[in-house]
Ligand binder design. Structure first.
Ligand SMILES: Nc1ncnc2c1ncn2[C@@H]1O[C@H](COP(=O)(O)OP(=O)(O)OP(=O)(O)O)[C@@H](O)[C@H]1O
Ligand SMILES: [Mg+2]
Length: 249
């Protein structure tokens, strides 16, 4: 299955993505993790050495070559089929791809570079057999680009405060426009049942999963350690979500 993890900035998208990835790996699945956040740090959370990872968006020569932007027109459908193999990092059953951020401004328009990334993402979402977890850019802007229309499930991470839930509502509306039917709320950083109730009331539905505040996860992140081994409670929450999504598929 292909899962996109969305939500307001800082709500815990990368943290939740990392635990979902670990939950899938624990089931013996092949997982492709895609970091689509402009300031990527999923690699570190998953225990990859991020010092030797260059996001694809920063590979200017590659983007220029593929988009054909050196000519008078750029290619709307650039070739990307060989890129996943070249730019994936692997560790056991886990592969990681870091898309990164296209820099706006400077010489020329970013549309050509975006066409390469969009094609790459679409190719992965439409053709790979393995499970995919996409750690998305914060907010709602990316939904307008339609790049995640190939996913099976969208998980919207919220925390027990209004701002994150308002963003979730916007994501929900835009995702429905993309005809993605499996849309779920994930509650993160809850302190108690009252927090979960608040989220349930504000969102008008029960979250598909709840992650409580974990000092172990926070410490691991602060120390730059992989977080997936830090909290067995968070892993158990992720496993429950995967089971529910499997039933829904
Ligand atoms: N359940 C939790 N318990 C404790 N700390 C958490 C929890 N969830 C997230 N955090 C911490 O909150 C911070 C933000 O989390 P994270 O980076 O996953 O958010 P994000 O939504 O991916 O942020 P961004 O929008 O910047 O990409 C991190 O320091 C993370 O360790
Ligand atoms: Mg993140």
């Amino acid at each position: 299955m292909k899962i996109a993890v969305c939500g307001k900035g800082g709500v815990g998208k990368s943290t939740v993505s990392a635990y979902l990835i670990q939950a899938l790996l624990n089931r013996g699945r092949q997982v492709l993790a895609i970091d689509a956040d402009p300031s990527p740090h999923l690699a570190r959370l998953l225990g990859f050495d991020d010092s030797d990872i260059t996001p694809i968006a920063e590979m200017k020569d590659l983007l220029n070559e593929r988009s054909g932007r050196d000519g008078p027109f750029y290619n709307l459908n650039p070739r990307v089929d060989d890129l996943p193999e070249r730019f994936m990092k692997r560790k056991g059953n886990l592969s990681l791809m870091v898309l990164g951020a296209i820099k706006q401004g400077g010489a020329g328009c970013a549309c050509a570079d975006n066409a390469v990334l969009r094609n790459l993402l679409n190719r992965l979402l439409l053709s790979e057999n393995e499970d995919i977890v996409l750690d998305m850019e914060a907010g709602v802007e990316h939904l307008g680009r339609g790049t995640i229309s190939g996913v099976d499930h969208i998980l919207i991470v919220v925390q027990p405060y209004r701002g994150s839930i308002e963003t979730a509502e916007k994501i929900d509306r835009l995702a429905k426009d993309l005809k993605i039917r499996s849309l779920h709320i994930v509650a993160n950083n809850c302190q108690d049942e009252e927090d979960v109730k608040f989220i349930e009331k504000m969102c008008g539905r029960r979250p598909i999963g709840v992650f409580y505040f974990s000092s172990k996860a926070r410490r691991a992140e602060r120390e730059g350690m992989p977080i997936t081994g830090a909290s067995s409670e968070m892993l158990a929450s992720a496993e429950k979500i995967i089971s529910s999504l499997e039933k829904a598929t």
